[in-house]
Write a protein that binds this ligand. Structure first.
Ligand code: BTN
Length: 239
């Protein structure tokens, strides 16, 4: 089992903790190394989006997993589960996952995950978790309403909880990961549309019908057909 958070490098200011962790990975840092920062100047989200948070009020966290092995094949599912469990250990809320990487509390985004990997050597697991951001301090142009853990939780406690739960989940058996994800699947049964997939299913819409064994989302089409979409290729939205 990987123990996350030992060693840990905490920075007051950096461009992106994922970039720092990637450098450490390439320099031979051990699995479990964590980089955190109080503030990022170039925080990145999925699909080239920007991730920003006021200094000191979010967990900006990147963990190194190495080597990448077959047991990590469901990492894109196990990491959001770990973040959900970390949040729920800190405050009495229920978290769901909007496949593949958004963590929601009551349909508002509280955290996002950005995994960047160089298989088979390493993966950097990036987590941005809103801990104490007031509603009025979120950027006005967010694509989806955001929220924060609040209730007096500190960033330091959030870091410990995320490290602990990553240790619990990243090497968990696949059947356990799939079952846990299906219980938290915020999209199941809802109308979704997507774009960006390769081949015949380049763009479309339908009803989300759960996650398959590989961690892809399955969508039922109006003609009765089904497509399976991978997290690396599509941008998915509700409705
Ligand atoms: C998303 O929701 O699109 C993923 C957001 C991931 C943000 C975190 S913050 C820490 C780490 N460093 C980054 O530059 N990005 C991730």
């Amino acid at each position: 089992m990987t123990t996350f958070g030992r060693p840990r490098l905490h920075l007051r200011l950096t461009d992106s903790t994922n970039d720092r962790a990637r450098e450490l990975a390439e320099a031979g840092a051990p699995g479990g190394t964590v980089v955190t920062a109080e503030e990022q100047t170039a925080g990145r989200g999925r699909r080239g989006r920007v991730w920003s948070a006021p200094a000191g009020s979010a967990l900006l966290y990147s963990a190194l997993l190495r080597p990448l092995e077959l047991e990590h094949v469901l990492l894109p599912l196990s990491v959001p589960i770990a973040v959900c469990e970390a949040i729920e250990s800190l405050t009495p809320v229920r978290c769901e996952v909007k496949w593949p990487n958004d963590i929601w509390i009551e349909e508002r985004k509280v955290a996002g995950v950005l995994i960047e990997a160089r298989p088979p050597d390493w993966a950097v697991i990036g987590v941005g978790l809103n801990v104490a951001i007031a509603d009025e301090d979120f950027p006005a142009d967010l694509r989806w309403p955001a929220t924060s853990i609040g209730s007096g939780v500190s960033v330091a406690r959030a870091q410990l909880a995320v490290s602990r739960e990553l240790g619990e989940w990243v090497e968990a058996p696949q059947a356990r990961v799939l079952a846990a994800f299906r219980e938290r699947d915020a999209l199941a049964g809802r109308e979704v549309s997507w774009e960006g997939a390769g081949g015949a299913s380049g763009a479309g819409s339908g009803r989300a019908a759960g996650i398959d064994e590989r961690g892809n989302i399955v969508v039922e089409l109006s003609d009765g057909g089904r497509v399976s979409l991978g997290s690396g290729e599509v941008s998915l939205r509700l409705g």
